[in-house]
Write a protein that binds this ligand. Structure first.
Ligand code: CDM
Ligand code: ATP
Length: 323
């Protein structure tokens, strides 16, 4: 680090896909007990953080320029999803709570450069918040898996703890229970390949959960876990499930358009991720995923890209000063 410059850290934080999501119970607090199998994929946001001498938090959140993934062209119109201001960003709210809980006097400045589609069920905001907490912990010399940090993560959003990864080694996939905040790493028998499509419409997670129904006999994730261990894409394809898919389809007719387009390709299986609006297909290898992504891009139902499973990387590199 250069002399007289504040320390700063950078984390590349991934998106997720839900390969399995079953609802078990609607709780009195309005949340749902669930069982979901999530996998991290190689679509990243970049979070950079440093201390400031002021006693506040400021977050600059922007799309990375020229990221085709966020620019939709539909019937001549071009749309880029709006991102929240600093005040309304989940990263800001999370860092403010962190400062209070850990009695941190200094403030933070963060820049969040995004490529993860927003409101797409790919966990973008949660991933950013997790990265910000991990970066803040590093700046403040707090252990990355300190229980109070994970507790705060879970309180700020059900999906956030997943993006911390595991304390005992690299993590690519996990089963999440409770309302999604209780994470157990699961082994995956090989790299998984996907094609992901997100239409030019976001879906509200709150709205999808409002419309969902808990089945009388929830399906267990056991068969999916065994399929993940095998690493066989065809076997995993046979176990894809998302109990939020129907309420997501009811929320936006884009979901059916995307699913219909994916069904016409040679993917091994397909599903909605999280509460939507993105959908994915599972493919036998990277070349097939790339070929199908091109094919789907040409259908005009959204932005299509190939992706593969990745490990959630462990703490961040020290940047010296970047701000
Ligand atoms: C759909 C998923 O992305 C699947 O991984 C998650 O379940 C959503 O996680 P998230 O975006 O972090 O959601 P939160 O910010 O915790 O909650 C947003 C809203 O979703 C609903 N919600 C969320 C999680 C859950 N287990 N039950 C719920 O009913 C609640 O109405 C809540 O007010
Ligand atoms: N850092 C952030 N990046 C993107 N969206 C954010 C951020 N902070 C707050 N938001 C708000 O949260 C909403 C949902 O964000 P996100 O992209 O995480 O949705 P999602 O992928 O559907 O999430 P999930 O899969 O966890 O339900 C956005 O529409 C936006 O208004």
């Amino acid at each position: 680090m250069l002399a007289n410059q504040p320390p700063a850290v950078e984390i590349l934080t991934p998106a997720k896909l839900n390969l399995f999501l079953e609802l078990r119970e609607r709780r009195a607090d309005g949340f749902h007990e669930l069982e979901t199998v999530m996998v991290a994929i190689n679509r990243f946001d970049r979070v950079r953080m440093a201390f400031t001498e002021t006693d506040d938090v400021h977050v600059d959140c922007h799309w990375l320029p020229n990221q085709a993934v966020v620019v939709h062209r539909y019937r001549g119109a071009q749309t880029v999803a709006a991102l929240p201001s600093s005040q309304h960003n989940l990263v800001t709210r999370t860092l403010e709570q962190f400062r209070q809980r850990f009695s941190i006097a200094k403030g933070f400045r963060a820049t969040v450069a995004k490529t993860i589609p927003a409101g797409a069920g790919m966990g973008g905001a949660s991933s950013d918040a997790a990265a910000a907490l991990r970066a803040a912990a590093q700046l403040c010399d707090i252990a990355p898996h300190e229980p109070r940090l994970l507790q705060l993560a879970g309180e700020m959003g059900s999906d956030i703890p997943f993006f911390f990864g595991a304390s005992d080694g690299p993590m690519t996939a996990a089963i999440a229970t409770g309302r999604g905040e209780q994470i157990a790493s699961i082994p995956v028998g090989g790299k998984l390949h996907f094609v992901v499509v997100h239409p030019p419409a976001s879906v509200s997670t709150v709205e999808v959960y409002r419309r969902c129904q808990v089945p009388p006999e929830p399906v267990s994730a056991t068969a999916m876990l065994a399929a993940m261990v095998s690493g066989r894409a065809a076997r995993i394809a046979g176990q894809l499930l998302n109990r939020l898919a129907d309420p997501s389809r009811a929320t936006s007719d884009w979901i059916d358009r995307v699913l219909t387009a994916i069904r016409r390709t040679s993917v091994l299986g397909y599903q909605v991720t999280g509460s939507g609006s993105a959908c994915f297909g599972i493919c036998p290898n990277a070349a097939t995923a790339s070929r199908i992504a091109h094919q789907l891009q040409a259908t005009g139902v959204g932005i299509a890209f190939a992706a593969e499973s990745v490990q959630i990387a462990n703490p961040s590199r020290d940047l010296g000063s970047f701000l």
